[in-house]
Design a protein around this ligand. Structure first.
Ligand code: HPA
Length: 280
């Protein structure tokens, strides 16, 4: 099943039938909100607002482990993430979509892995009998490969939707994840640019890493809401980020609905094999 992480406006669409709102507790604590279990054109999908309803959690306090574990519990194997980013690459304009293919991690204070002996308080009902369970039960140290962190098959589907709809988008981009909640200095953005970053945001890491640790497929659609610090000549505000996300809301919904429709049950990529041979 597909899980979608994004703002809460995403499932407020007439064609989406909400079947249930599911409250979940996990060994890692509470997810950001209740999961919305819904159906679109006969396909089941689960939504979660990353920051919780009413945007209660700042990026560094989001319980990423609980959010991703909750998805696992509900049978989600593929995650589509929608997020707002600042544009670093001069080719980017506010309002562009970027289908990121790499990340640089500059986060500092977030729990970054599932594999640190939390199986002791693990709910038996979560048991799936897979390598995740085996590694957790035996307290194994796990080093997952993230050479290509995003699901190539899901990315290709996003490309085809963007082409079909004629939206302005970029087929690749390196996402620099900063700790926040403050925005970056102009010098930090200049440094990130030299390191090869195209966009900057505060939520992709550890979200993608945790999903991959559970052998899920993960793809991200980033909306450039502003030019990053120092590239923009103006002071940055949350107002402009929210305003741009509102402006793009209709297009994002169209992309998400088409994605739900086009995503096949079985993908050909290697994402689900990432745990083979990954433990010490
Ligand atoms: N920096 C970090 N995160 C962001 C930005 C930014 O400029 N815009 C939207 N999210």
């Amino acid at each position: 099943m597909l899980g979608i992480i994004g703002g809460s406006g995403l499932y407020e669409v007439d064609e989406i039938k909400i079947l249930d709102e599911i409250e979940i507790t996990t060994p890692y604590g509470e997810p950001s909100d209740r999961y919305i279990y819904a159906e679109y054109k006969g396909k089941k999908v689960i939504f979660l607002p990353r920051h919780g309803r009413g945007h209660k959690y700042p990026p560094h306090l989001i319980n990423y482990r609980a959010n991703i574990w909750g998805f696992r519990k509900l049978g989600v194997k593929k995650i589509l993430s929608i997020s707002a980013v600042g544009g670093i690459n001069p080719l980017l304009q506010p309002g562009d979509f970027v289908v990121s293919n790499q990340f640089l991690d500059f986060t500092k204070v977030r729990p970054v892995t599932f594999y640190e002996g939390i199986y002791t308080i693990y709910d038996e009902a979560d048991y799936k009998g897979d390598l995740v369970d085996e590694y957790m039960k035996n307290d194994r140290v796990v080093h997952i490969d993230v050479t290509e962190p995003f699901c190539p098959d899901m990315r290709k589907i996003i490309f085809s939707i963007m082409e079909e709809k004629g939206f302005r988008y970029h087929r690749q981009g390196t996402y620099a994840a900063t700790e926040g909640p403050r925005l970056e200095t102009a010098a930090e953005i200049k440094a990130l640019q030299r390191l090869g970053a195209d966009i900057v945001g505060m939520t992709l890491v550890p979200e993608i890493v945790l999903a991959r640790e559970l052998a899920m497929h993960f793809a991200s659609i980033n909306v450039v809401t502003n030019l990053a610090a120092g590239i923009s000549k103006e002071r940055l505000t949350s107002d402009e980020v929210i305003e741009m996300m509102h402006q793009k809301n209709q297009e994002i919904k169209e992309v998400v609905l088409s994605f739900i429709e086009k995503l096949p049950e079985k993908l050909e990529c290697q994402c689900e094999e990432v745990l083979n041979g990954a433990a010490i």
